[in-house]
Design a protein around this ligand. Structure first.
Ligand code: PLP
Length: 814
C-alpha cells in the first residue's frame, strides 16, 4: 500500500486526538513527539507480530546476541528512513506546522553503553534486521544510561542520564513474560530415582521483567527484538510477606536493593571495576535471557536434545559468560539432563567474542564473592574446571604451570575468559591483528588446545546510520553517481573508485564536506562561542578518553605546533582546527586530567591573536551517538593513534573513513585493514608496530628520559606542562608529566612523537593539494564497504551461528 501525505496527516491527527484529547493547535513539542512515536509504532507492529510468528513456526535457527551494553542512539529518524516514510512524514508534519528535526531533538539518545563495544552491538542488530536474519538482542534496561558529561572550568563533571524521564516510545513492557532470578542462599543435595538433586534454597528472588524494542529492517518486513530486562521485586515478596511481618523498613530496603540491579550502567570502558553489583547485573540478565529462550523453545519443541540446532547464543565479551553455567543449570537441574549431554548442547550453542587484551580489562572475580552470590552456578563452574583440568592433564601430564595458566579457577579467582574459551564453540577477535595476538600471545595456550575454535571477525558499522542518516547529502551524491544498489550491498561503493579522479565528482564531494563543516562550525559557535573556520582542516579525535588511545600524544603535537607558530606566525601551514570529544571514566584520574589539559590548551591557543587563527582547539562535551552523527561527516582528518597492539579494532576509524576523512594512525586494530583496502598512499601511518611494542614489554629497553633529553621539542612541551606556561597551578598537570618520565611513558607517547609530527606535516602537504586530497578522500569512501557491519554479520551468520535469511511476508498495513 502506498502511503500518501494526506493519509499520513490523518493518521497523525487521529492518533494525536486519541492520545491527548485536545486539538493539534494546543500540542506541546513533547505531545508532538510522543504522537509521532505512536504513529510509527503502528507501522511497525504488524510486521513485528508477523516476524515473531514466522520465527516461532519455522524449522530453522535463531541467534541471541547477549550484551551488557547496547548503544543505540536515537531511533525516530532511523526508523522513518528504514520504513521509507521520511519524506512523507516530513512533508505531512510541515503542513501541520511541525518540524521533524525539532521533534528529533526531544528524543533522548539511548546511551545504554560506554563506547565501541555497545555501539557494535547496536550496529549488529541493525545489520541482522537488514539481512532478514532471525537475530535478537538481550541486555539490561538501565534506568540511568551512560552519564551526561558537562565541562565546568575545564573539568569533566558527570550528571545522571535520566533517559526514561518522559517514557520511551519504542519499548513495550511484557509483564506476562517476567521470570525469576535467584541470588544467594544455599544448595541442598537430595536423591530421587538414583539422581542427585540440587535444591537451591533460602535465595533472594528477583523478578526480571522484559521490555521489548523493535529492531526495524531497512525497507524489508523484518522486525527483530531487543529484549532488555528490568529488575523488580515480586508484589508477593514486597507487599505481603515482609510487610505483614511488620518489617516495613527492611521491605523498603529490599525493594531498593533489588531495583538497584538494573539502576545504572557502569561507566567503565576497558577497565574492570570489580563491584559485586556488576556481577549481579551479569547473572541477572543472562539468567533471565536464557530462561526466556528455553521457555520459548519448549513451546514449539518437545525435546531439549536439539536445542543447539534451533538456538545460537553469542556473548559480547566475557560480561555474559555466565550464560554457560546457567544453560548447564537449566538443562541439568530443571530439565533433568545428564552432565555430558548438557555440556554437549551448551558448547554447541554458545560462541564468544574477545574485545581486548588489556590486562586491566580481563574479568576475574574472587571465588568467595562469586560462590556466596551464586552458589549453584559456582558448583557448576567448579565441575567445569575439574573436568577441563583433568583433560589438560591428559594432554600435558605434569605441566602444572600450563594447567594453572589455563584453569577456570586459580589463585582464588574465577577467570571469565577461560570459562568462555572452555564453554563455547567459537572464539573470535575483532580485527586480524587482534585475533593473531590472541592466538599467539594472550590466549596461545588455548589456541594450542582448541585451534579449531579460533577465528577472526573484523568489526563493522552500519552504513544506514553512519552514512545514509548522518550524511544525507553525501548519500544522495553517491546514489546520483552510481545508483542506489549500494544501499543493498555496501561493497558496491567501490564503483566510486572510477570517480576518484573526476573533477566534477571531486568538487561535489568537496562542496558537501564544506557544507558539513560549516554546520559543525555553527554548532561550535553556538555552544562554545568560538569561531572556527570551515576552510581550516578539521582534525578530529572523538572516542573514550584513555591512556592507550593517547589523546595526550595529540595534545603534545598541538603544543609543538603552537610553539612553532609563536616563533614564526607566518609559518606556512594550512589552518587547523583540532576537535576532541570523549568521556573519561569517573574514577580514572589521568583521563580526567587529560580533559582538563585539552581545555586548558584550548583556552590559551584560541585567544592568542599572534598566531593569526591558524590553530584552534575545541573540546566538544558529551560525545555520544547523536553528536558523532554531526561530527563524522565534517571531519577531514581521523585521529586513530592508539599504542600499537592495544586497540582491538576500533570502529570510529570506520565511521570517519565512510565519510571521506583521511586516517592518521598507527598500525593497530582495523587501521591495518583500512590501509590494506585503500593502499598506503591513501592513509598516513606512523609509529611503532605492535611487534615492536610487545617486544619492549617483554624485553625492556625503553627509556623515556633519553627521548626527553634527546629531542628538544619533547623537552619543551613536557616542561610546559609544569612551568607555568599553562594558566593553572604548577602541579595541575604534574601527574601527566610524571607519567611520561617517572613511570616511563607506559604507552610510548614520546617514542612515537617524532614520527607523529612528521605524519602531520605530511597531512598538511597533502591537504594543500586539493586534487590529491579529494582523490584520497573518495578512495576512502569507495573502500569503506568492506567495513559495513552487513559484511561482518554475514560472516558471523555463516561461520559461527549457522542462521539463514528468513523473509517475512508482506502485511496489509491496516
Ligand atoms: C563508534 C563510537 C565509539 C567507538 O569509537 P572508537 O574510536 O572505535 O573508540 C565510541 N562512542 C561512540 C558514541 C561511537 O559512536
Amino acid at each position: 500500500m502506498i502511503i500518501t501525505k494526506e493519509y499520513f496527516k490523518k493518521l497523525y491527527l487521529d492518533k494525536f486526538q486519541s492520545m491527548h484529547g485536545k486539538e493539534i493547535t494546543e500540542a506541546t513539542p513533547m505531545d508532538q513527539y510522543l504522537t509521532l512515536g505512536a504513529v510509527i509504532r503502528d507501522f511497525i507492529s504488524r510486521k513485528w507480530i508477523a516476524s515473531n510468528n514466522t520465527y516461532a513456526t519455522m524449522e530453522d535457527k535463531e541467534t541471541y546476541y547477549f550484551s551488557l551494553e547496547f548503544l543505540l542512539g536515537k531511533l525516530m529518524n532511523a526508523n522513518l528512513l528504514k520504513l521509507n516514510l521520511g519524506e512523507i512524514c516530513t512533508e505531512a508534519l510541515e503542513e501541520l506546522g511541525i518540524h521533524l528535526d525539532q521533534i528529533e531533538e526531544l528524543e533522548p539518545d539511548a546511551g545504554l553503553g560506554n563506547g565501541g563495544l555497545g555501539r557494535l552491538a547496536a550496529c549488529f542488530l541493525d545489520s541482522l534486521a537488514f539481512l532478514q536474519l532471525p537475530g535478537h538482542g538481550c541486555g539490561i534496561r538501565y534506568k540511568y544510561g551512560f552519564f551526561e558529561q558537562k565541562i565546568v572550568d575545564g573539568y569533566q563533571v558527570e550528571l545522571p542520564d535520566n533517559w526514561l524521564k518522559y517514557g520511551n516510545v519504542w519499548e513495550i513492557r511484557k509483564a506476562d513474560k517476567a521470570v525469576e532470578v535467584r541470588f544467594g542462599g544455599n544448595v541442598r543435595l537430595d536423591q530421587a530415582d538414583g539422581r542427585t538433586l540440587f535444591i537451591h534454597e533460602n535465595f533472594d528472588p528477583v523478578l526480571a521483567v522484559p521490555y521489548d524494542t523493535p529492531i526495524v529492517g531497512f525497507r524489508n518486513n523484518t522486525i527483530n527484538t531487543l529484549r532488555l530486562w528490568s529488575a523488580e521485586t515480586t508484589m508477593k515478596d514486597f507487599d505481603f510477606s515482609t510487610f505483614n511481618r511488620g518489617d516495613y523498613l527492611n521491605a523498603v530496603k529490599y525493594k531498593y536493593e533489588v531495583e538497584s540491579i538494573s539502576q545504572v550502567l557502569y561507566p567503565d570502558d576497558n577497565h574492570l571495576e570489580g563491584r559485586v553489583l556488576r556481577l549481579k547485573q551479569q547473572y541477572f540478565f543472562v539468567s533471565a535471557g536464557i530462561q526466556s529462550i528455553v521457555r520459548r523453545y519448549k513451546k514449539h519443541h518437545a525435546d531439549l536434545k536439539y536445542f543447539h540446532e534451533r538456538v545460537a547464543i553469542h556473548i559480547n565479551d566475557t560480561h555474559p559468560v555466565l550464560a554457560i553455567p546457567e544453560l548447564m543449570r537449566i538443562l541439568i537441574d530443571e530439565e533433568e539432563m545428564g552432565w555430558d549431554e548438557a555440556w554437549e548442547i551448551t558448547t554447541r550453542t554458545i560462541s564468544y567474542t574477545n574485545h581486548t587484551i588489556l590486562p586491566e580489562a580481563l574479568e576475574k572475580w574472587p571465588i568467595d564473592i562469586f560462590q556466596t552470590l551464586l552458589p549453584r552456578i559456582y558448583m557448576i563452574v567448579h565441575e567445569i574446571n575439574e573436568r577441563f583440568c583433568s583433560s589438560l592433564w591428559q594432554k600435558y601430564p605434569g605441566d602444572w604451570n600450563k594447567i594453572r595458566s589455563m584453569a577456570v579457577l586459580s589463585d582464588g579467582y574465577v577467570h571469565m575468559a577461560h570459562l568462555a574459551a572452555v564453554g563455547s564453540k567459537s572464539i573470535n577477535g575483532v580485527a586480524k591483528i587482534h585475533t593473531e595476538i590472541l592466538k599467539n600471545q594472550v590466549m596461545s595456550n588455548f589456541y594450542d588446545y582448541y585451534p579449531h575454535k579460533f577465528n577472526n571477525k573484523t568489526n563493522g558499522i552500519t552504513p544506514r546510520r553512519w552514512l545514509l542518516k548522518s550524511n544525507p547529502k553525501l548519500a544522495h551524491l553517491i546514489t546520483d553517481t552510481i545508483g542506489s544498489d549500494w544501499l543493498q550491498d555496501s561493497k558496491k561503493l567501490q564503483q566510486l573508485e572510477h570517480y576518484a579522479h573526476d573533477p566534477v565528482f571531486q568538487e561535489e564531494t568537496h562542496r558537501i564536506k564544506q557544507h558539513n563543516k560549516a554546520a559543525l562550525a555553527a554548532l561550535i559557535q553556538d555552544k562554545y562561542q568560538v569561531a572556527v573556520d570551515p576552510n581550516s582542516i578539521f582534525d578530529v579525535q572523538i572516542k573514550r578518553i584513555h591512556g592507550y588511545k593517547r589523546q595526550v600524544l595529540n595534545v603534545l603535537h598541538i603544543m609543538n605546533l603552537y610553539n612553532r607558530l609563536r616563533e614564526d606566525p607566518n609559518l606556512d601551514i594550512h589552518p587547523r582546527t583540532f576537535i576532541f570529544g570523549g568521556k573519561a571514566a569517573p574514577s580514572y584520574y589521568m583521563a580526567k586530567q587529560t580533559i582538563k589539559l585539552i581545555n586548558t590548551l584550548a583556552s590559551v591557543v584560541n585567544q592568542d591573536s599572534r598566531i593569526k587563527d591558524k590553530l584552534k582547539v575545541i573540546f566538544m562535551e558529551n560525545y555520544n551517538v547523536s553528536l558523532g552523527e554531526q561530527i563524522f561527516p565534517a571531519a577531514d582528518v581521523s585521529e586513530q593513534i592508539s599504542t600499537a597492539s592495544k586497540e582491538a579494532s576500533g570502529t570510529g576509524n570506520m565511521k570517519f573513513m565512510m565519510n571521506g576523512a583521511i586516517t592518521i594512525g598507527t598500525l593497530d586494530g582495523a587501521n591495518i585493514e583500512i590501509k590494506e583496502e585503500v593502499g598506503k598512499d591513501n592513509i598516513v601511518i606512523f609509529g611503532l608496530t605492535a611487534d615492536q611494542v610487545l617486544k619492549y614489554y617483554q624485553e625492556g629497553g625503553y627509556n623515556a628520559w633519553n627521548l626527553y633529553h634527546g629531542d628538544s621539542r619533547i623537552k619543551t612541551v613536557l616542561d610546559q606542562l609544569v612551568n607555568n606556561f599553562l594558566p593553572v597551578g604548577p602541579d595541575e598537570f604534574r601527574s601527566i608529566y610524571e607519567g611520561f618520565l617517572y613511570h616511563n611513558d607506559e604507552y610510548f607517547v614520546l617514542k612515537d612523537f617524532s614520527s607523529y609530527v612528521d605524519a602531520h606535516n605530511q597531512i598538511n602537504q597533502l591537504y594543500n593539494n586539493r586534487y590529491k586530497w579529494l582523490q584520497m578522500s573518495i578512495c576512502n569512501i569507495a573502500h569503506s564497504g568492506k567495513f559495513s557491519s552487513d559484511k561482518t554479520i554475514s560472516e558471523y551468520a555463516r561461520d559461527i551461528w549457522n542462521i539463514h535469511t528468513i523473509p517475512i511476508p508482506d502485511q496489509p498495513m491496516f
